[in-house]
Ligand binder design. Sequence first.
Ligand code: GCB
Length: 603
Amino acid sequence: MNLPKTLSIFFFLTLIISSQAQEADPLIQNVTARNITTLNGLWQIIVDPLENGYYNHRYQPKENGFFMNQKMQSPSDLIEYDFDEGYQLAVPGDWNTQMEKLYYYEGNLWYKKSFDYTRQAANRVFLYFGAVNYEVKVYLNGKKIGEHVGGYTSFNFEITDELREKDNFLVLKVDNTRRREAVPTVNTDWWNYGGITRSVHLVETPQSFIRDYFLQLKKGSKNEIAGWVQAEGAGGQNVTVSIPSLKINREFRTDQNGRAEVNIKGKFELWSPMNPKLYEVKISTGTDGITDQIGFRSIEADGHKILLNGEPVFLKGVSVHEEAPFGPGRATSKAECETLVKWAKELGCNFIRLAHYPHSEEMVKAAERHGVMVWSEIPVYWTVLFDNPATYANAENQLEEMITRDKNRSNIILWSVANETPVSDARLDFLSRLAKKVKTLDNTRLTTAALDTHSSEDGYNIIDDPLGEHIDVIGINQYCGWYWGKPSECASLKWKINFNKPLIISEFGGGALQGHHGAPNERWTEEYQDDVYKYNLEMLKKIDFLAGTTPWILTDFLSPRRNLNRIQKDYNRKGLVSENGVKKKAFFTLRDFYQQLDGPGKR
Ligand code: GCB
């Protein structure tokens, strides 16, 4: 046997295995519709940059780390920490904007929450996290429950056997150190908000329960739901799926793996921005039942057009970060998500690009209720290590977690695998594999990625990134009038596309400090930003293969790359709305453009 090859296979396997150590349980679908007890609220914390609570002075993991939540038992004891004498942070929430001394902090931090809990004797209990950035080890009552990597997706662990009625202590070791091999990598243009940024709940279920389900219209159909229900426990159970308002009540049977294939024909009122119809759908087994609000719609690409329910639709969009509408910090509440969606609606949007990572379930649901379609993406951003198998495994895991959570949301029409990644063979292999993976998880939606353009010919920008072959819809980010060219030069930019596929201009824009006025050629004024919009919108009007756009970006957002203090104060100023919620001039320019598109005979 060839030794170097054997070694490299061994190395590869070790990387994959170590990247997936103590994986979370398969995700429980639609957690908030279940019997939950929230652990949101104040948690005790210890800031531990040296990981002193985890490693000893020989850098070996400690048996008695901070996860033991030890207390002095006698006056002579030496225990150099006490969660209950330290600081507190609100969960959900990022740590950076809750405590001044953590503003720039990237590293290791411990969280602790004590609680009592009585479950019904025969039931099971799971510990659910909406998201923790970036890496977390979870301990309950001193025992390790599991770990998770990836800062923007949900995960859960079963804790039935570890849980007691009184004085549970849940300890998390959270680390948001940026790493070259991670997803995202070290280099981004958003704040690396650390901590438990989304909700934490205890979820109680019967022994045998409905873990997951996928109920959407069959690809290419408008009158047939095709999907499945995954139940825990023995096979051969009956699963009932009912939609009371349509008088649909159908029974299916699980196979030996607990999975029931579902197929339901019906006459559905289809979900659309004009009519965001959601049906109450009830799924039940002999032991469990769950209700969801599900919309049904079809989405397809036909040449350069995107068809929603069989009709061409122009995606009037805007990009959005998961940034609190009245910053700073992560958006954490339903009300904040509603505000962001409301602003997008005021702009005239029927679409948002949730950049650059999966946003909270609340955000996706808020958009769904308001008839706003969604582009959802994983943080494969700029220069991740495309030739590293562990990086691929991590990206694929985040992709799977994103799709697992949101696959029943009718407003999600696009799964995006990457943003502005440099062309290479390794990257093409990496991203095309991700695009293929999407189809194995969900073939009802379209794939996309935000690309750059690389070549020009006879005054045309040519869209020819080889990844275009592997995705359904092409996204292009371009910053004419900001990073290159003058705003007035943008109107005459011309485009050619080498693929018979829809195009979305997934970013354009420029920065302005809200309230800063001046001549249109003065950077950072609202007038300059407005000109960037005016001329770029002129350009868009002339692209006949354009299917939509998501300008960059709805609100100003924190990014440590933005160091021009007079203007930026750590904010990327390309928002159409300031961090205090005040609309800039360009907001109204984009709104007018979208209103014109709605006029008679327009797209
Ligand atoms: C981009 C990136 C986005 C940045 C933006 C900017 O191309 O995709 O993440 O924030 O440009 O403002 O430079």
